[in-house]
Design a protein. Structure first.
Length: 342
């Protein structure tokens, strides 16, 4: 009996190893010599683009077969053009990854026109960071504190990309919940264009993310642009003295509005997604590669050089957050509609 067990045990162990080994070999065979394209839903030079190009330089070595990874841009409608493309047109083979504004998921909740996707059906790879939205203004605009914005005698022009982006939804919600006179100026394809508009005086300010802004805009470091409010549960690094929007809300109901409309969206803002129907084994391979990249010392050094914040969220976590958001109570959805669609 002992002799039988002596030979049987290794055989059982080998059987247990067959599936993982076969999986790894199959993925290496598929990805080897291939090109993975990360498509960014905004114009070059902004935060989404910078994160993607930084990640593209490193993630290939963590994917079996070491495929080439490139980045391209498909701006339009606050990245809605890309989101719809990934959902409806991109081939579900694991070689096309979309990086678009997760705020559009809120658009689905609210019934936004033009959304041709069901966010629950995307395959989520992960997100590199939970964003910290801020609102900032040029010194020349005369708005350097939240009190000055609140007491402005006429609506303050704020540049936006479009509904579903934090540049649009954050000032809309703050206008309702805090009482800030705001004139949204739409039509920009990315925050890099809004930056130029702020510097030229075309608009007074905007509401980007702190993580990307501090790494890509020298005017912030030079003090030519001032952050007047941050829309996060607790202060972001480097902004300890900047007021939190949640503490400025006019009522408990307005606090709920900020929490549901902004805080809960912060984790979903920068997702990487695959088309629905992508083979499960390729989804899992890319999720593992993403997580490995987020811990890669060379990637982290590269991200630090670009001053990009890294606080990753897994694909599994994103999937749960999306389903939770699309299960909001009707009363909360009604309040959000009132704030964002009027």
């Amino acid at each position: 009996m002992r002799s039988i067990l002596k030979w049987a045990l290794p055989a059982v162990l080998m059987v247990g190893l067959v599936t993982p080994l076969q999986h790894s070999f199959a993925q290496e065979s598929f990805f080897k010599g291939k090109v993975i394209r990360i498509i960014v839903g905004f114009s070059p030079g902004g935060g989404f683009d910078t994160y993607s190009r930084t990640m593209a330089r490193h993630i290939g070595k963590h994917i079996p077969g070491n495929p080439t990874v490139i980045v391209s841009n498909m701006p339009g409608a606050g990245s809605l053009t890309l989101a719809n493309h990934v959902y409806k047109a991109a081939e579900a083979d694991g070689l096309t990854i979309g990086h678009w504004n997760g705020g559009l998921i809120m658009g689905q909740v609210l019934g936004q026109t033009g959304i041709d996707f069901d966010a629950r059906k995307f395959e989520w790879i992960g997100a590199p960071v939970t964003i910290s939205p801020v609102c900032l203004f040029s010194k020349s605009s005369g708005i350097t504190t939240i009190e000055q914005w609140k007491s402005a005698k006429k609506p303050v022009p704020v540049g936006t990309i479009g509904p579903g982006s934090n540049t649009h939804d954050v000032p809309k919600i703050l206008s309702e919940a805090v009482g800030l006179p705001t004139q949204l100026v739409p039509g920009y394809k990315g925050f890099s264009e809004i930056r130029l508009a702020i510097e030229s005086g075309e608009v007074a300010g905007g509401c980007p993310t702190w993580e990307a802004t501090r790494g890509t805009w020298k005017a912030v470091d030079a003090g030519k642009v001032v952050v007047v409010v941050q829309v996060v549960p607790k202060p972001a690094p480097g902004l300890a003295d900047v007021p939190l929007a949640i503490k400025l809300a006019k009522s408990p109901e307005d606090q709920q509005l900020i929490e549901a409309g902004v805080h809960n969206m912060n984790a979903l803002n920068r997702p990487y997604s695959l088309p629905p129907g992508t083979p499960e084994e390729r989804v899992q391979t890319l999720r593992k590669a993403f997580q490995a990249t987020m811990k890669d010392p060379e990637f982290l050094a590269d991200a630090k050089k670009s001053r990009l914040g890294i606080d990753p969220i897994s694909g599994q976590e994103l999937d749960g957050m999306v389903k939770s958001l699309l299960s909001l109570s009707p009363s909360v959805v009604t309040k959000l509609k009132a704030a964002l669609q009027k």
